[in-house]
Write a protein that binds this ligand. Structure first.
Ligand code: GDG
Length: 446
Protein backbone atom coordinates (compact mmCIF):
# COMPACT_ATOMS: atom_id res chain seq x y z
CA UNK A 1 0.00 0.00 0.00
CA UNK A 2 1.18 3.55 -0.59
CA UNK A 3 3.07 2.01 -3.45
CA UNK A 4 2.04 3.91 -6.54
CA UNK A 5 3.90 3.00 -9.70
CA UNK A 6 5.89 6.20 -9.25
CA UNK A 7 7.07 5.64 -5.65
CA UNK A 8 10.81 5.45 -5.01
CA UNK A 9 10.45 2.63 -2.50
CA UNK A 10 8.61 0.37 -4.95
CA UNK A 11 11.08 1.03 -7.76
CA UNK A 12 14.03 0.07 -5.53
CA UNK A 13 12.42 -2.96 -3.88
CA UNK A 14 11.20 -4.44 -7.15
CA UNK A 15 14.84 -4.77 -8.26
CA UNK A 16 15.92 -6.16 -4.90
CA UNK A 17 13.17 -8.79 -4.85
CA UNK A 18 13.80 -9.80 -8.46
CA UNK A 19 17.43 -10.51 -7.69
CA UNK A 20 17.07 -11.99 -4.17
CA UNK A 21 13.70 -13.79 -4.39
CA UNK A 22 11.61 -14.27 -1.24
CA UNK A 23 8.23 -13.00 -0.09
CA UNK A 24 7.08 -9.37 -0.33
CA UNK A 25 4.31 -8.53 2.12
CA UNK A 26 2.28 -5.32 2.22
CA UNK A 27 -1.22 -4.04 2.89
CA UNK A 28 -4.09 -3.20 0.55
CA UNK A 29 -7.44 -1.46 0.82
CA UNK A 30 -10.32 -3.84 0.12
CA UNK A 31 -13.84 -2.55 0.70
CA UNK A 32 -15.43 -5.86 -0.20
CA UNK A 33 -14.31 -7.85 2.82
CA UNK A 34 -15.39 -7.68 6.42
CA UNK A 35 -12.21 -8.90 8.08
CA UNK A 36 -8.47 -9.17 7.57
CA UNK A 37 -6.75 -11.85 5.68
CA UNK A 38 -3.43 -12.26 4.00
CA UNK A 39 -4.04 -12.86 0.32
CA UNK A 40 -1.52 -14.10 -2.18
CA UNK A 41 -0.87 -12.26 -5.47
CA UNK A 42 1.20 -13.07 -8.51
CA UNK A 43 4.53 -11.35 -7.93
CA UNK A 44 6.43 -12.79 -10.91
CA UNK A 45 9.94 -13.74 -9.75
CA UNK A 46 8.98 -13.63 -6.05
CA UNK A 47 5.92 -14.30 -3.86
CA UNK A 48 3.63 -11.48 -2.93
CA UNK A 49 1.08 -11.23 -0.10
CA UNK A 50 -1.11 -8.39 1.15
CA UNK A 51 -3.04 -7.88 4.34
CA UNK A 52 -6.46 -6.55 3.39
CA UNK A 53 -7.59 -3.44 5.21
CA UNK A 54 -11.06 -2.12 5.86
CA UNK A 55 -11.87 1.48 4.81
CA UNK A 56 -11.78 2.77 8.40
CA UNK A 57 -8.27 1.34 8.82
CA UNK A 58 -7.18 2.80 5.52
CA UNK A 59 -8.36 6.22 6.73
CA UNK A 60 -6.95 6.11 10.25
CA UNK A 61 -3.80 4.07 9.67
CA UNK A 62 -2.67 4.87 6.13
CA UNK A 63 -4.07 8.32 5.28
CA UNK A 64 -4.11 9.21 8.98
CA UNK A 65 -1.18 8.24 11.21
CA UNK A 66 1.24 7.24 8.44
CA UNK A 67 0.64 10.04 5.95
CA UNK A 68 -0.84 12.88 8.00
CA UNK A 69 1.35 12.49 11.10
CA UNK A 70 4.57 10.57 10.45
CA UNK A 71 5.24 11.72 6.87
CA UNK A 72 4.92 15.47 7.59
CA UNK A 73 6.76 15.08 10.90
CA UNK A 74 9.66 13.21 9.29
CA UNK A 75 9.87 15.97 6.65
CA UNK A 76 9.99 18.82 9.15
CA UNK A 77 6.42 19.96 8.41
CA UNK A 78 4.86 19.89 11.85
CA UNK A 79 2.61 22.74 10.61
CA UNK A 80 0.84 20.13 8.44
CA UNK A 81 0.25 17.56 11.20
CA UNK A 82 -3.37 16.45 11.21
CA UNK A 83 -3.68 14.48 14.43
CA UNK A 84 -7.02 12.83 15.11
CA UNK A 85 -8.42 10.45 17.70
CA UNK A 86 -8.01 6.78 16.78
CA UNK A 87 -5.11 7.15 14.32
CA UNK A 88 -2.36 5.86 16.59
CA UNK A 89 -4.54 2.97 17.79
CA UNK A 90 -5.24 2.01 14.15
CA UNK A 91 -1.53 2.22 13.30
CA UNK A 92 -0.61 -0.05 16.22
CA UNK A 93 -3.45 -2.46 15.49
CA UNK A 94 -2.72 -2.84 11.75
CA UNK A 95 0.92 -3.60 12.58
CA UNK A 96 -0.18 -6.13 15.20
CA UNK A 97 -2.55 -7.83 12.74
CA UNK A 98 0.12 -7.87 10.07
CA UNK A 99 2.54 -9.56 12.49
CA UNK A 100 -0.07 -12.19 13.38
CA UNK A 101 -0.95 -12.82 9.74
CA UNK A 102 2.71 -13.06 8.74
CA UNK A 103 3.92 -15.26 11.58
CA UNK A 104 3.09 -18.56 9.89
CA UNK A 105 5.07 -17.63 6.75
CA UNK A 106 8.34 -17.16 8.66
CA UNK A 107 10.79 -20.06 8.76
CA UNK A 108 13.92 -20.29 10.95
CA UNK A 109 16.31 -19.34 8.12
CA UNK A 110 14.47 -16.22 7.05
CA UNK A 111 15.88 -12.73 7.25
CA UNK A 112 13.16 -10.10 7.65
CA UNK A 113 13.58 -6.63 6.18
CA UNK A 114 10.89 -4.08 7.03
CA UNK A 115 10.57 -0.88 5.02
CA UNK A 116 9.48 2.58 5.92
CA UNK A 117 7.40 4.54 8.35
CA UNK A 118 4.15 2.62 7.82
CA UNK A 119 5.57 -0.39 9.65
CA UNK A 120 7.90 0.87 12.39
CA UNK A 121 6.17 -1.22 15.16
CA UNK A 122 6.21 -4.45 13.15
CA UNK A 123 9.42 -5.91 14.62
CA UNK A 124 8.26 -5.37 18.20
CA UNK A 125 4.98 -7.13 17.33
CA UNK A 126 6.86 -10.03 15.75
CA UNK A 127 9.20 -10.30 18.76
CA UNK A 128 6.12 -10.55 21.02
CA UNK A 129 5.10 -13.57 18.95
CA UNK A 130 8.49 -15.21 19.60
CA UNK A 131 10.22 -14.40 16.28
CA UNK A 132 14.00 -14.52 16.88
CA UNK A 133 15.09 -14.10 13.24
CA UNK A 134 17.28 -11.20 12.11
CA UNK A 135 14.93 -8.23 11.60
CA UNK A 136 16.17 -5.04 9.97
CA UNK A 137 14.42 -1.76 9.23
CA UNK A 138 15.08 0.79 6.50
CA UNK A 139 13.66 4.29 6.66
CA UNK A 140 13.32 5.80 3.19
CA UNK A 141 12.50 9.28 4.53
CA UNK A 142 14.75 11.58 6.58
CA UNK A 143 14.91 10.88 10.32
CA UNK A 144 13.23 13.75 12.22
CA UNK A 145 15.04 16.31 14.34
CA UNK A 146 14.65 16.51 18.11
CA UNK A 147 12.29 19.49 17.91
CA UNK A 148 10.05 17.67 15.43
CA UNK A 149 9.97 14.51 17.57
CA UNK A 150 8.67 16.67 20.42
CA UNK A 151 5.48 17.15 18.38
CA UNK A 152 4.66 13.44 18.83
CA UNK A 153 2.39 12.78 21.78
CA UNK A 154 3.62 9.24 22.36
CA UNK A 155 7.32 9.62 21.56
CA UNK A 156 8.36 6.79 23.88
CA UNK A 157 6.80 4.43 21.31
CA UNK A 158 9.64 5.23 18.93
CA UNK A 159 12.17 3.83 21.37
CA UNK A 160 10.13 0.67 22.00
CA UNK A 161 9.61 0.11 18.28
CA UNK A 162 13.11 0.88 16.99
CA UNK A 163 14.92 -1.12 19.68
CA UNK A 164 13.24 -4.34 18.47
CA UNK A 165 15.39 -4.27 15.30
CA UNK A 166 18.89 -5.68 14.84
CA UNK A 167 19.68 -2.81 12.47
CA UNK A 168 18.02 0.51 11.64
CA UNK A 169 19.13 1.61 8.18
CA UNK A 170 18.97 5.31 7.32
CA UNK A 171 19.73 7.04 4.05
CA UNK A 172 22.49 9.45 5.04
CA UNK A 173 24.96 10.53 7.70
CA UNK A 174 22.64 13.49 8.30
CA UNK A 175 19.93 11.04 9.39
CA UNK A 176 22.26 9.01 11.60
CA UNK A 177 23.29 12.24 13.35
CA UNK A 178 19.62 13.20 13.79
CA UNK A 179 18.84 9.79 15.31
CA UNK A 180 21.78 9.97 17.71
CA UNK A 181 20.67 13.43 18.79
CA UNK A 182 17.05 12.31 19.34
CA UNK A 183 18.17 9.28 21.34
CA UNK A 184 20.50 11.42 23.43
CA UNK A 185 18.16 14.31 24.15
CA UNK A 186 14.72 12.67 24.17
CA UNK A 187 15.54 9.21 25.53
CA UNK A 188 18.74 9.94 27.53
CA UNK A 189 20.76 7.59 25.30
CA UNK A 190 24.53 7.06 25.13
CA UNK A 191 26.67 5.92 22.21
CA UNK A 192 28.47 2.58 22.65
CA UNK A 193 31.81 1.94 20.95
CA UNK A 194 30.30 -0.43 18.33
CA UNK A 195 27.81 2.18 17.03
CA UNK A 196 24.79 1.16 19.11
CA UNK A 197 22.92 3.74 21.17
CA UNK A 198 21.89 2.52 24.60
CA UNK A 199 18.68 4.18 25.80
CA UNK A 200 17.01 3.23 29.06
CA UNK A 201 18.45 -0.29 28.90
CA UNK A 202 17.54 -0.83 25.24
CA UNK A 203 19.75 -0.64 22.17
CA UNK A 204 19.12 1.02 18.83
CA UNK A 205 21.64 0.19 16.12
CA UNK A 206 21.63 2.84 13.33
CA UNK A 207 23.82 3.07 10.22
CA UNK A 208 23.54 4.80 6.86
CA UNK A 209 23.02 2.91 3.59
CA UNK A 210 22.35 5.40 0.77
CA UNK A 211 19.87 3.72 -1.54
CA UNK A 212 20.94 3.29 -5.17
CA UNK A 213 19.36 2.54 -8.53
CA UNK A 214 20.03 -0.17 -11.09
CA UNK A 215 22.41 2.21 -12.83
CA UNK A 216 23.73 0.09 -15.74
CA UNK A 217 20.31 -1.20 -16.58
CA UNK A 218 18.73 2.26 -16.53
CA UNK A 219 21.54 3.62 -18.71
CA UNK A 220 20.78 0.93 -21.31
CA UNK A 221 17.03 1.63 -21.15
CA UNK A 222 17.66 5.33 -21.80
CA UNK A 223 20.05 4.59 -24.67
CA UNK A 224 17.49 2.34 -26.30
CA UNK A 225 14.72 4.98 -26.40
CA UNK A 226 13.86 6.41 -29.79
CA UNK A 227 14.33 10.17 -30.26
CA UNK A 228 11.30 11.93 -28.79
CA UNK A 229 10.56 14.10 -31.84
CA UNK A 230 7.97 15.14 -32.86
CA UNK A 231 6.65 15.51 -29.29
CA UNK A 232 9.61 17.77 -28.49
CA UNK A 233 10.86 20.04 -31.24
CA UNK A 234 14.51 19.57 -32.17
CA UNK A 235 16.53 22.51 -30.91
CA UNK A 236 14.15 23.09 -27.98
CA UNK A 237 16.30 23.32 -24.86
CA UNK A 238 14.73 21.39 -22.04
CA UNK A 239 14.81 21.40 -18.26
CA UNK A 240 13.20 18.35 -16.72
CA UNK A 241 11.52 17.80 -13.36
CA UNK A 242 10.03 14.46 -12.24
CA UNK A 243 8.38 14.27 -8.84
CA UNK A 244 5.42 12.82 -7.04
CA UNK A 245 3.21 15.84 -6.38
CA UNK A 246 4.26 15.95 -2.73
CA UNK A 247 4.82 19.11 -0.68
CA UNK A 248 8.26 17.82 0.38
CA UNK A 249 9.47 17.94 -3.24
CA UNK A 250 9.47 21.76 -3.43
CA UNK A 251 7.55 22.02 -6.71
CA UNK A 252 6.20 25.55 -6.10
CA UNK A 253 9.75 26.60 -5.15
CA UNK A 254 11.08 25.06 -8.36
CA UNK A 255 8.55 26.95 -10.47
CA UNK A 256 9.32 30.22 -8.68
CA UNK A 257 13.03 29.65 -9.26
CA UNK A 258 12.31 29.08 -12.94
CA UNK A 259 10.17 32.20 -13.03
CA UNK A 260 13.11 34.18 -11.61
CA UNK A 261 15.33 32.73 -14.33
CA UNK A 262 12.84 33.91 -16.98
CA UNK A 263 12.89 37.38 -15.44
CA UNK A 264 16.70 37.46 -15.20
CA UNK A 265 17.76 35.91 -18.50
CA UNK A 266 19.20 38.01 -21.30
CA UNK A 267 16.75 38.37 -24.19
CA UNK A 268 19.41 36.97 -26.56
CA UNK A 269 19.46 33.58 -24.73
CA UNK A 270 17.41 30.86 -26.43
CA UNK A 271 14.51 30.18 -24.06
CA UNK A 272 14.36 27.01 -21.98
CA UNK A 273 11.21 25.00 -21.40
CA UNK A 274 10.57 23.37 -18.04
CA UNK A 275 8.91 19.99 -18.57
CA UNK A 276 7.50 18.88 -15.23
CA UNK A 277 6.06 15.40 -14.72
CA UNK A 278 4.15 15.64 -11.44
CA UNK A 279 2.70 12.22 -10.74
CA UNK A 280 -0.46 12.10 -8.61
CA UNK A 281 -0.06 10.85 -5.05
CA UNK A 282 -2.11 10.68 -1.79
CA UNK A 283 -4.82 12.85 -3.31
CA UNK A 284 -7.22 12.16 -0.44
CA UNK A 285 -5.02 14.12 1.96
CA UNK A 286 -5.88 17.85 2.15
CA UNK A 287 -2.25 19.07 2.20
CA UNK A 288 -1.71 17.39 -1.19
CA UNK A 289 -4.76 19.07 -2.69
CA UNK A 290 -3.40 22.40 -1.51
CA UNK A 291 0.05 22.01 -3.05
CA UNK A 292 -1.59 20.96 -6.32
CA UNK A 293 -3.76 24.09 -6.36
CA UNK A 294 -0.74 26.27 -5.62
CA UNK A 295 1.27 24.68 -8.42
CA UNK A 296 -1.49 25.09 -10.97
CA UNK A 297 -1.85 28.72 -10.01
CA UNK A 298 1.88 29.43 -10.44
CA UNK A 299 1.93 27.56 -13.78
CA UNK A 300 -0.92 29.75 -15.04
CA UNK A 301 0.83 32.93 -13.88
CA UNK A 302 4.21 32.05 -15.42
CA UNK A 303 2.78 30.83 -18.72
CA UNK A 304 0.41 33.81 -18.92
CA UNK A 305 3.30 36.19 -18.47
CA UNK A 306 6.09 34.56 -20.52
CA UNK A 307 4.47 32.42 -23.24
CA UNK A 308 4.84 33.43 -26.87
CA UNK A 309 3.58 31.92 -30.09
CA UNK A 310 5.32 28.53 -30.29
CA UNK A 311 6.83 28.80 -26.80
CA UNK A 312 5.26 27.61 -23.54
CA UNK A 313 7.66 28.09 -20.60
CA UNK A 314 6.21 25.39 -18.29
CA UNK A 315 4.76 22.14 -19.55
CA UNK A 316 3.10 20.75 -16.47
CA UNK A 317 1.93 17.14 -16.75
CA UNK A 318 -0.11 15.90 -13.80
CA UNK A 319 0.06 12.25 -14.79
CA UNK A 320 2.35 9.27 -14.45
CA UNK A 321 4.30 8.28 -17.59
CA UNK A 322 5.80 4.84 -18.43
CA UNK A 323 9.28 4.22 -17.04
CA UNK A 324 10.95 3.64 -20.43
CA UNK A 325 9.53 6.87 -21.75
CA UNK A 326 10.77 8.64 -18.64
CA UNK A 327 14.29 7.32 -19.31
CA UNK A 328 14.12 8.82 -22.82
CA UNK A 329 12.94 12.17 -21.46
CA UNK A 330 15.81 12.32 -18.98
CA UNK A 331 18.29 11.64 -21.80
CA UNK A 332 16.76 14.28 -24.02
CA UNK A 333 16.77 16.97 -21.29
CA UNK A 334 19.67 19.43 -21.12
CA UNK A 335 19.23 20.06 -17.40
CA UNK A 336 17.45 18.31 -14.49
CA UNK A 337 15.94 20.48 -11.78
CA UNK A 338 15.63 18.57 -8.48
CA UNK A 339 14.57 20.89 -5.66
CA UNK A 340 13.13 19.05 -2.64
CA UNK A 341 12.84 21.03 0.58
CA UNK A 342 14.01 17.85 2.28
CA UNK A 343 14.23 14.31 0.91
CA UNK A 344 15.46 10.95 2.20
CA UNK A 345 17.53 10.34 -0.93
CA UNK A 346 15.87 11.31 -4.27
CA UNK A 347 16.21 8.66 -6.93
CA UNK A 348 15.28 11.03 -9.75
CA UNK A 349 18.68 12.74 -9.38
CA UNK A 350 20.43 9.38 -9.81
CA UNK A 351 18.20 8.27 -12.69
CA UNK A 352 18.97 11.50 -14.56
CA UNK A 353 22.71 10.89 -14.26
CA UNK A 354 22.36 7.27 -15.37
CA UNK A 355 20.30 8.22 -18.43
CA UNK A 356 22.82 10.72 -19.88
CA UNK A 357 24.96 10.27 -22.95
CA UNK A 358 28.47 10.33 -21.40
CA UNK A 359 29.86 12.09 -24.48
CA UNK A 360 27.33 14.94 -24.27
CA UNK A 361 25.68 14.82 -20.85
CA UNK A 362 23.20 17.21 -19.28
CA UNK A 363 23.65 19.04 -15.97
CA UNK A 364 22.06 18.13 -12.65
CA UNK A 365 20.81 20.99 -10.47
CA UNK A 366 20.26 19.59 -6.99
CA UNK A 367 18.85 20.86 -3.72
CA UNK A 368 21.26 20.87 -0.77
CA UNK A 369 18.45 19.23 1.24
CA UNK A 370 18.19 16.05 -0.85
CA UNK A 371 19.84 13.00 0.72
CA UNK A 372 21.50 12.48 -2.67
CA UNK A 373 23.50 15.67 -2.07
CA UNK A 374 25.92 13.76 0.19
CA UNK A 375 27.02 11.66 -2.82
CA UNK A 376 26.44 13.98 -5.78
CA UNK A 377 27.44 17.44 -4.56
CA UNK A 378 30.78 17.39 -6.35
CA UNK A 379 29.30 17.07 -9.81
CA UNK A 380 25.95 18.82 -9.39
CA UNK A 381 25.14 22.51 -9.25
CA UNK A 382 23.86 22.84 -5.69
CA UNK A 383 20.96 25.16 -4.84
CA UNK A 384 18.93 26.35 -1.91
CA UNK A 385 15.33 25.81 -3.11
CA UNK A 386 14.03 28.47 -0.71
CA UNK A 387 16.02 31.10 -2.64
CA UNK A 388 14.69 31.65 -6.19
CA UNK A 389 17.85 33.62 -7.02
CA UNK A 390 20.00 30.58 -6.26
CA UNK A 391 17.87 28.42 -8.60
CA UNK A 392 17.92 31.06 -11.33
CA UNK A 393 21.73 31.40 -11.19
CA UNK A 394 22.17 27.62 -11.36
CA UNK A 395 19.93 27.40 -14.44
CA UNK A 396 21.97 30.12 -16.14
CA UNK A 397 25.27 28.36 -15.30
CA UNK A 398 23.94 24.99 -16.48
CA UNK A 399 22.61 26.45 -19.72
CA UNK A 400 25.99 27.97 -20.61
CA UNK A 401 28.28 25.21 -19.31
CA UNK A 402 30.94 23.91 -21.72
CA UNK A 403 30.76 20.32 -22.91
CA UNK A 404 34.15 19.65 -21.28
CA UNK A 405 32.89 20.69 -17.86
CA UNK A 406 29.64 18.74 -18.29
CA UNK A 407 31.57 15.58 -19.14
CA UNK A 408 33.87 15.99 -16.16
CA UNK A 409 31.01 16.55 -13.71
CA UNK A 410 28.96 13.71 -15.14
CA UNK A 411 31.85 11.26 -14.98
CA UNK A 412 32.33 11.73 -11.23
CA UNK A 413 28.59 11.33 -10.60
CA UNK A 414 28.33 8.26 -12.80
CA UNK A 415 31.24 6.61 -10.96
CA UNK A 416 29.44 7.19 -7.68
CA UNK A 417 26.01 5.84 -8.69
CA UNK A 418 27.44 2.88 -10.62
CA UNK A 419 29.56 1.80 -7.64
CA UNK A 420 26.81 2.34 -5.05
CA UNK A 421 23.90 0.89 -6.99
CA UNK A 422 20.79 -0.88 -5.67
CA UNK A 423 22.59 -4.24 -5.49
CA UNK A 424 25.37 -2.71 -3.37
CA UNK A 425 22.69 -1.23 -1.10
CA UNK A 426 20.91 -4.56 -0.62
CA UNK A 427 24.11 -6.52 -0.11
CA UNK A 428 25.70 -4.19 2.44
CA UNK A 429 22.47 -3.78 4.41
CA UNK A 430 21.77 -7.51 4.62
CA UNK A 431 25.37 -8.35 5.55
CA UNK A 432 25.36 -5.83 8.40
CA UNK A 433 21.96 -7.08 9.54
CA UNK A 434 23.10 -10.69 9.70
CA UNK A 435 26.28 -9.70 11.58
CA UNK A 436 24.35 -7.71 14.19
CA UNK A 437 21.74 -10.47 14.64
CA UNK A 438 24.46 -13.11 15.08
CA UNK A 439 26.01 -10.91 17.79
CA UNK A 440 22.61 -10.59 19.56
CA UNK A 441 21.93 -14.31 19.41
CA UNK A 442 25.42 -15.11 20.71
CA UNK A 443 25.03 -12.58 23.53
CA UNK A 444 21.57 -13.94 24.49
CA UNK A 445 22.89 -17.49 24.63
CA UNK A 446 25.67 -16.66 27.14
C1 GDG B 1 10.95 7.71 -1.17
C2 GDG B 1 11.70 8.85 -0.46
C3 GDG B 1 13.81 8.03 -1.50
C4 GDG B 1 8.11 9.59 -10.61
N1 GDG B 1 7.18 9.96 -11.51
C5 GDG B 1 7.03 8.91 -12.36
C6 GDG B 1 7.89 7.89 -11.97
N2 GDG B 1 8.54 8.33 -10.88
C7 GDG B 1 9.56 7.54 -10.18
C8 GDG B 1 10.93 8.12 -10.34
C9 GDG B 1 11.64 7.55 -9.12
C10 GDG B 1 10.52 7.48 -8.08
O1 GDG B 1 9.29 7.54 -8.79
C11 GDG B 1 10.54 8.65 -7.13
O2 GDG B 1 11.57 8.41 -6.23
P1 GDG B 1 12.14 9.51 -5.25
O3 GDG B 1 13.34 8.97 -4.60
O4 GDG B 1 12.41 10.75 -6.04
O5 GDG B 1 10.99 9.87 -4.23
P2 GDG B 1 9.84 9.13 -3.32
O6 GDG B 1 8.78 8.52 -4.12
O7 GDG B 1 9.40 10.19 -2.37
O8 GDG B 1 10.60 7.98 -2.53
C12 GDG B 1 12.93 9.25 -1.27
C13 GDG B 1 13.02 6.87 -2.05
O9 GDG B 1 11.87 6.58 -1.25
C14 GDG B 1 13.85 5.59 -2.10
O10 GDG B 1 14.39 5.30 -0.86
O11 GDG B 1 14.81 8.38 -2.44
O12 GDG B 1 13.66 10.24 -0.57
O13 GDG B 1 10.83 9.97 -0.24
O14 GDG B 1 12.10 6.25 -9.36
O15 GDG B 1 11.45 7.72 -11.57
N3 GDG B 1 7.99 6.70 -12.60
C15 GDG B 1 7.20 6.53 -13.70
N4 GDG B 1 6.33 7.49 -14.14
C16 GDG B 1 6.22 8.69 -13.49
O16 GDG B 1 5.43 9.53 -13.92
N5 GDG B 1 7.27 5.37 -14.36
Amino acid sequence: MGQTASGGLVVALQKTMESQGGVWIGTKLDESISDHFLKEYDGGKFDRHALHLQPSEYNDYYLGYANSVLWPLFHGRTDLLDVAHGQLAAYASVNQKLAEATRHLITDDDTIWIHDYHFIPLASELRKLGVQNPIGFFLHTPFPTTSDVHALTHKRNLLDWLSAYDLVGLQTQRDVSAMIEVCRTVFGGQMLSDGRIRCQGRDIWPASFPIGIEAENFRRTAEAQKPLAPQIASGQRLLIGVDRLDYSKGLPHKFRGFQRYLEDRASSDSPLTLLQIASPTREDVEAYQEVRRELEQITGQVNGRFAELGYIPIQYIHRSVPRDYLAGLYRRADIALVTPLIDGMNLVAKEYIAAQDPADPGVLILSEAAGAAEQLKVGALMVNPFDPGSVSEAIQSAASMSREERIERHQSQWNEIARHDVHWWTGTFLNSLKRNAAQRIEHDSI
